[in-house]
Design a protein around this ligand. Structure first.
Ligand code: G6P
Length: 481
């Protein structure tokens, strides 16, 4: 149980870092979610008596704060209607497509906005309750953009940081949002607003200047009361050494061999791993590959494409539509080009534990990551971390944040099918020395900039923020009586 006002570090994110598991006998358990964020934050959480505020999934279930594996977790309940309007609606059918280059059409519904405000207020209130005096609160991602200002109104003593895990769009797109000014003002409640790339920070600063009218100088915004807000780039990463250790384990090594065997020991395995999301460019990638099989460049006896598509946001219309489109494409490609026991695409609509992912990364010769737009993309960094022999090629979209760091990948434009085909063929036929040269450089980047460095870098800067002195109250002038 979290004592009120006791946490020196509070993480606010839409989801708690645990998944609910119901055992066969019906008992409820929590299991740590696999993401790197929680493992990166765990050490600092322990040092700072940290608490994590988030939605436990599900609806209408009032849960008391609890401790799991030493982490203090504070659940925030959402009603079924809020899941529909705040989570599926405003977060994932308005903001998600708007911030990803309008790859799908964003829907603007006034009742969704009302739910977004209400839920953000609830998260801010929970944070205000658990934070110790002068504590640091780190708010995460697009679902929580109003929390910084709401929290500052409740608790001006706190140091508040915000990090956006998805791209921040240019003004030309952001300005479509009917509530653009409110969202900017919500973010400005933070002392530091973090993005993956300098371009996101620049978009934000420019919007604050033109839309809200505050003074800005480079990455610094000065509010009318003199409080500074810094916008910066903090590219996220993974726990690289942990992934590498996993990849080196005998179990994963055996499993990687078993995967290749099950695929018929082909000469070449191509791999795609994504949440099943329309931003990920799964469709054009599979089309590019299918054309290479159809024109005889690749033969299904020798080459296979393994595509893992993790189910996601399945009740949102756009996701349903895209699942149907991909199901149809895979069915058609395998029907037209596959042979008995040799599908062109081995398609898995499922999520897997980290061990299985590491084995897949080890089993692949070429990883193909082709989002239309992606804040960072951690899957490609995981692949790089697992290639400890400096082998394996990476084909990567130039529109993934990771392309800024992994510039030695074969970079592609996912809208250009012929360009993608050419890059895949180049990667497939490259001299092993060339593959090693590229992979070595990428591995150096990924091992040096891991998620621990990301988290401590951000939190050190937040810690160094000087608290604002409360405004000096002028004594009311006495009037001669
Ligand atoms: C992206 C977002 C996260 C989100 C995750 C999974 O990575 O940036 O905030 O948690 O997708 O999506 P979900 O809707 O299942 O939480």
């Amino acid at each position: 149980m979290t004592a009120s006002g006791s946490a020196d570090l509070v993480i606010v994110a839409n989801r708690l870092p645990v998944d609910r598991v119901v055992d066969t006998d019906g008992t409820l358990r929590w299991r740590r979610s696999p993401g790197g964020l929680v493992s990166a934050l765990e050490p600092v959480m322990r040092v700072h008596q940290g608490a994590w505020i988030g939605w436990p999934g599900g609806t209408d279930e009032e849960l008391e704060p609890f401790v799991e594996d030493g982490l203090q977790l504070v659940p925030v309940t959402l009603s079924a209607r809020e899941v529909e309007e705040f989570y599926e609606g405003f977060s994932n059918a308005t903001l998600w497509p708007l911030y990803h280059d309008v790859v799908a059409k964003p829907l603007f519904k006034r009742e969704w906005w009302e739910a977004y405000k209400r839920v953000n207020q609830r998260f801010a209130e929970r944070a205000a309750e658990v934070a110790a005096p002068g504590a640091m609160v780190w708010v995460h991602d697009y679902q929580m953009q109003l929390v910084p200002q709401m929290l500052r109104d409740l608790r001006p003593d706190l140091k508040i940081g915000f990090f956006l895990h998805i791209p921040f769009p240019p003004a030309e797109l952001f300005n479509q949002l009917p509530w653009r000014r409110q969202v900017l003002e919500g973010l400005l409640g933070a002392d530091i607003v973090g993005f993956h790339l300098p371009g996101g920070a620049q978009n934000f600063v420019r919007l604050v200047r033109t839309r809200v009218g505050h003074k800005t100088h480079r990455d610094l915004i000065t509010l009318p009361d003199g409080r500074p807000v810094r916008a910066g780039a903090y590219p996220i990463s993974i726990d690289a050494s942990d992934f590498e250790d996993l990849a080196r384990s005998p179990e994963v090594t055996r499993r990687a061999e078993a995967i290749r065997k099950a695929l018929g020991n082909p000469k070449r395995v191509l791999l795609g791993v994504d949440r099943l999301d329309y931003t990920k460019g799964i469709y054009p990638r599979l089309r590019a590959y299918a054309e290479l099989v159809a024109d005889g460049t690749f033969d299904v006896e020798a080459t296979v494409f393994v595509q893992v598509a993790t189910p996601s946001r399945e009740r949102v219309d756009e996701y349903r539509r895209m699942r149907d489109e991909i199901d149809m494409l895979v069915g058609r490609v395998n029907g037209d080009l596959g042979r008995i026991g040799r599908p062109a695409i081995s398609y898995l609509h499922s999520s897997y534990p980290r061990e299985e992912m590491a084995a897949l990364y080890r089993a692949a010769d070429i990883m193909v990551v082709t989002p239309y737009r992606d804040g960072m993309n951690l899957v490609c960094k995981e692949y790089v971390a697992c290639r400890y022999d400096n082998d394996g090629a990476l084909v990567l979209s130039e529109f993934a944040g990771a392309a800024h760091e992994l510039s030695q990948a074969w970079l592609v434009n996912p809208y250009d099918i012929n360009g993608m085909k050419a890059a895949i063929v180049e990667a497939a036929t490259a001299d092993p020395k060339e593959i090693t040269r590229r992979m070595k450089a990428m591995r150096k980047t990924v091992s040096e900039h891991d998620v621990d460095r990301w988290a401590t870098g951000f939190l050190d800067e937040l810690d160094a923020v000087k608290p604002m002195k409360p405004p000096i109250r002028r004594r009311p002038r006495r009037t001669a009586g």
